[in-house]
Every structure is written in C-alpha cells, then in structure tokens.
Design a binder for this molecule. Structure first.
Ligand code: FNR
Length: 384
C-alpha cells in the first residue's frame, strides 16, 4: 500500500498511473514521424490490435483468505536476478524520442534494478549505455544478425566486453516490414539525422565504409547499414555460429510456433521470447498471447519462456505469466515514458507496472509470480 500512502515518490514526473493514456500524451509532444515510428505497426495494424484484444479474452480468478502479507516478485531469468518479472524490450534509435535516448532508459532501469535489453540499432553505443547504467546494473544485448559475419562477431565481442550478460537474437526482423506510417513519412531519410551508433562506432563497420563515420561518408554509411542490417538467408543451422561466439545465455526473440520453440531447445538455446515485435512485422499474424500457451507446452520447462507484445498493465503481466511466461518484456509504454519525461518518465512506467503487478497478484490471492498457472485464469465470462 506504500504506493497509496507515498504516491510514486520523487520520480513521478506528473504522468498518469494509467499507462494506457501515455500514447495519447506522447502524440502531443512528438513529431508525426517520431510518434508514427513508435505507435505504428505493420499493414492494417490488425496484429497490433489483436495483441491487446487477446489479453481481454482472459480473466483472472481471484482467490481469498490465503495470507498474502509477505510478497516477493523477484525471479531469476537466464542467470540474471530481477526484482520483478519485467524487462525493458529492445527499442532502436531512442534518441528520436528524447535526446538522452538509451542512456536515460538504462539509468531508469538501473535505478529499479530491472534489466534493459539494448538494441543493436540503438542511437547510443553499447559501451556508452553500459557506462550510463553503471557497474553492476544488469544488462542484456539484442542482436540484429547482420549479413557480415565479422560484424556480427565484433558486436558479440564488444557486448561481452561491455558487460552484457545475455544475448537476445531477434529473428523476426531481417528486414523492416510493410509499415505504412513509416513509409508514408519517409522513415529512413528521417534516420539520417539520428545515426545508429553501434554500427558507426564499430571497427569492422568502419573498415567497410573506409574509416570513421563523418559528414562526408555518412550517407554511404547509412546505405551500408541498410544493406547489411539483416540476413534473410539464415537457417536453424546458423545457430551453431552464435554458440561458437557467445558463451552466455541466448534467447531467440520472435518465436510464435511451437515447432520453432522445439527447434530452439534442440539447438541448445537457453530461452525463447514469444513475440510478434509488437505487431510491427507480419500484419495478420497470430496475437502473441494466443501463441504463448502452445509454445510454453512445447518447451516444457527445458528452456526459459519469455513474452512480449501488448503488455500495458500489471494485470497483463499476471495473464502472460499464468499462460507460461517466466517474465515479460515491455516496449511502447516505456518508450512513451521516455518521450514524455526522459529518465524519470521511464522510471515512472517501471514503478507503475511493478506496483500494479504486486497489487494484482496479492489481491488475486498469490504472493509470488511462480504461483501463477493457467488455473489462475478463465477464458469464460464466469469461472466454471
Ligand atoms: C521495437 N522492437 C524492437 N525489437 C528488437 O528486437 N530490436 C529493436 O531494435 C526494436 N525496435 C523497436 C522500436 C520500436 C519503436 C518498437 C515499438 C518496438 C520490438 C520490441 O522489442 C518489442 O518486441 C515490442 O515493442 C513489444 O510490444 P509492445 O510492448 O510495444 O506492445
């Protein structure tokens, strides 16, 4: 109840505690291009809507008189201790949203002890972000697997050296999808002013574009980035390459079919992230929450199952955990927090989510995330 007695404390930058209102507020402070980049999704945005609708089809069934005085939200995820089962999803080029971009996000996550996953397409380099987060702040690295193998190895070596402990490999975005909001607003030319620091700061990348990226070769560097960004030829056999070059835990992001989850386990992957990239890649794709139960069943405890796409509230987190996720990643809500309040805005979002999760769990009769099972939910209007 401390949240009612003390409010959200000194970090509250005047933002609403109903995080679903942040999108509308962010639209008021961002350019049309920047807002479209975050809020937009693929095609008709049917999958983005389906991600939300899927949560509405499940209801929590609260249980009473269960002594929920002592609560503990902490979990261990791929060797990282987390105070709550919430991570910050990788989001690229965050300086579009706030000049401090990923630095602000990393600081806010560190202040809460939560793990931020840094995108390969970040606007600040992984070394700068690690320094901003500070020693001991948990951090994971998300790989966009480039065509150039030497560049991929260089990313992994740098991430390890900068203290990123787990690797998230995003499989669903070897190319940007059909995103009308970005296409209509000439998104890539827009990026010219931002830059993708992990690439521009990379020695292998710099060799390929003939030296450090300056005004003179910036256009060529951006074109080289676009050409190299993803590799559509990759297959399951290529996962051996990752294992060879990364000795920490690896989670595959973008898994939506139980057979793919099984293959990930067979390939020795440590985790899968059930995700459709927030509906940004395949319009008409299955809602991520609808894909979760079958993936969790296929994995059967042999690897860690994580989830993202559509999480907006503490209750959403309860539902995803009940359907088989060990923890969730949150995307757009903290991006809007960043746009509206920089580091304090991100922290506001993280505090609200954790507090609402704790209250919802306790009021449902549970004290720990691990107690959630499918029996905690019902898909019918009235419990059977
Ligand atoms: C993303 N996402 C993403 N994923 C990734 O692996 N690397 C990236 O660079 C990005 N960039 C990115 C930018 C923006 C603006 C958004 C909204 C999303 C996907 C992200 O990690 C996550 O899967 C979704 O955001 C989850 O859905 P919600 O929480 O936004 O609904």
């Amino acid at each position: 109840n401390s949240i009612y007695l003390e409010g959200l404390g000194d970090v509250r930058p005047g933002l609403p505690t109903d995080l679903t209102r942040l999108e509308g507020l962010a639209e008021g402070v961002l350019s049309a291009q920047a807002f479209g980049y975050v809020a937009g999704a693929a095609g008709s945005e049917a999958t983005a809507r389906a991600n939300r609708a899927a949560f509405d089809r499940w209801r929590i069934v609260p249980r009473m008189l269960r002594d929920v005085a002592e609560r503990d939200l902490s979990v261990d995820v791929l060797g990282t201790a987390m105070p709550a089962p919430v991570l910050l999803a990788p989001i690229g080029v965050q300086s579009i949203l706030h000049p401090d971009g990923e630095l602000a996000t990393a600081r806010a996550a560190a202040a809460e002890g939560l793990t931020a996953v840094l995108s390969t397409a970040a606007s600040h380099s992984m070394e700068e972000v690690a320094e901003a987060a500070g020693d001991g702040a948990p951090r994971w690295y998300q790989l966009y697997w480039p065509k150039d193998r030497d560049l991929a190895v260089s990313f992994l070596d740098r991430a390890r050296a900068a203290g990123y402990t787990a690797l998230v490999v995003t499989l669903d975005t070897f190319t940007l999808a059909w995103r009308p909001r970005d296409l209509d607003r000439a998104y890539l030319p827009f990026l010219r002013g931002v830059g993708v620091a992990n690439y521009f700061a990379d020695p292998v990348f710099q060799r390929a574009v003939g030296g450090p990226v300056t005004g003179a070769n910036r256009q060529a560097a951006l074109l080289h980035w676009v050409a190299n960004f993803g590799n559509p030829s990759l297959t399951w056999d290529d996962l051996a390459f990752l294992r060879e070059h990364w000795d920490g835990p690896i989670a595959l992001k973008g898994i939506q079919h139980p057979d793919d989850a099984r293959r990930a386990v067979e390939a020795g992957m440590d985790g899968v992230i059930v995700s459709n990239h927030g509906g940004r890649q395949v319009d008409g794709a299955v809602a991520a929450l609808d894909a979760l139960p079958a993936v969790a069943a296929a994995v059967g405890g042999r690897a860690c199952v994580l989830f993202d796409s559509g999480v907006r509230t503490g209750a959403d987190i309860v539902k995803a955990l009940a359907l088989g996720a060990r923890a969730v990643l949150v995307g757009r809500p903290y991006a809007y927090g960043l746009a509206l309040g920089g580091q304090a805005g991100v922290r506001h979002v993280l505090r609200c989510l954790q507090a609402e999760l704790e209250l919802t769990l306790a009021l449902s009769g549970l004290t720990r995330p691990g107690q959630l099972t499918p029996e905690s939910l019902t898909s019918a209007p009235v419990p059977a």
